[in-house]
Design a protein around this ligand. Sequence first.
Ligand code: GLU
Length: 500
Amino acid sequence: MSAPSDSNSAPRVRIAPSPTGDPHVGTAYMGLFNYAFARRHGGKFILRIEDTDQARSTPGSEQAIFEALRWLGIEWDEGPDVGGPFGPYRQSERLPTYALEVERLLQSGHAYRCFCTRERLAELRKQQVEAKGKFGYDGHCRSLDPETAKARAEAGEACVVRLRVPDEGETLFVDGLRGTIRFANAEIDDQVLMKSDGFPTYHLANVVDDHRMGITHVIRGEEWITSTPKHVLLYQAFGWKMPEFFHLGLLRNPDGTKLSKRKNPVSVFYYREMGYLPETFVNFMGTLGFSMGDDVERFTLAEMVEAFEWEKVHPGGPVFDPVKLAAFNADDIRDLDDEELYRRLLERVLPRERLMPMVRQTKERIKRLDDFVPYVACFFGGEVDYRADWPKAQKKVKKRARKEVVDALKGWLDEIERDPRARAFDAEGLEAFSRDYCEASGFKAGELFTLLRLASTGRMATPPLFDTLEIVGKDRMRERLRGFIAFVAGQPDWAAADKK
Ligand code: GLU
């Protein structure tokens, strides 16, 4: 039961992504810094999958995390797929452990059962909003007799388990990059540790696993700083030695906002599909928040490992600048010898899995083999030019105001993330989703589909729309649609002009 942590031994670090959605650039970024630190000190880098949110976690997304990290060369020593001495490394397989640990907290009085219903909590929240007062749980069940509460739970009454946070005093921790960070206990909620379905929350599972897996340094994003005092209280309640904490700056868009898929592609796969070299991408991420010194920006993963020190890491929000990444990539492509470049082209741009769907779509539409390349050109590359075919597409929506069109496209772009049918981005699912989307948005299929056709390829003549979207792929489609939305938004409002 006791963990192997010992401050003199080699460090053990981890990333703990939740397997939801596409593999995020932020996960790769945290992976890189954890990896560099572990390798620098001969320690271990662990990959733990935090899949306690059963509604959102998917096996496909877990596989995608593995694939994305491996593509970048950020290899882990222990994890769900490679095993290790402290497994299982998937939280959904560790439920008995959390139940055991939460029981210890209940017995020591650091946690209590709470029977408040959803309705009561909603009412409480409403009152707090109206009173503009303090938010959070009001401690209603704190003073229940533990034995009675236990009996009620055992009799089947639904309850959660909450952490008993002291009302007074403060909780602090030292962040290796930011110094001492303090929180007034009065501001910390009596956090839910175990949900009524027996699943732990992030806070409980994260602390229990970090302890049991012997994690010595928690290196994660700054968005977790406000969770850390809750974790500190948990370590204290359990009587466990605390790891050291390092909160890296959150990646930002060039305009300073948090990196988000509304503004930038955030899936590692996008960068892979678009032909960024993995070593370049790693180098680029390494320049975000870490400086090699002497203005050296170009370095390999091995060089970063060699040079890694916390003094060279800056927590200020690092800017993910795609222009800089593209410049790095162009330089690195230029530096490849011709044979190597050819090999990479075959591997990334012309692999069988990518070409086959295009072969199928093209067969009935080309007269000579040599027509193939111009025909499929629209499936490759980044931005496309909408100007030539825009007037044709515009005719289809001439009765609508520009804003309506822009909003409909934005809505489609947002909804493809949420609708389970569209998530896999296959032709069938996309069609079913898009037809329903038309009904809901009041757009005619003919209108929306025309816009999507132009948005996806820059052309009005393409193979069947949904096959086309499938081949273009989710990441490239997102990027192009963003470009198309900006293009449409930049047009004079045609409907308004009509009304004059
Ligand atoms: N599951 C959390 C995430 O998705 C882990 C955060 C942490 O590193 O503690 O990033």
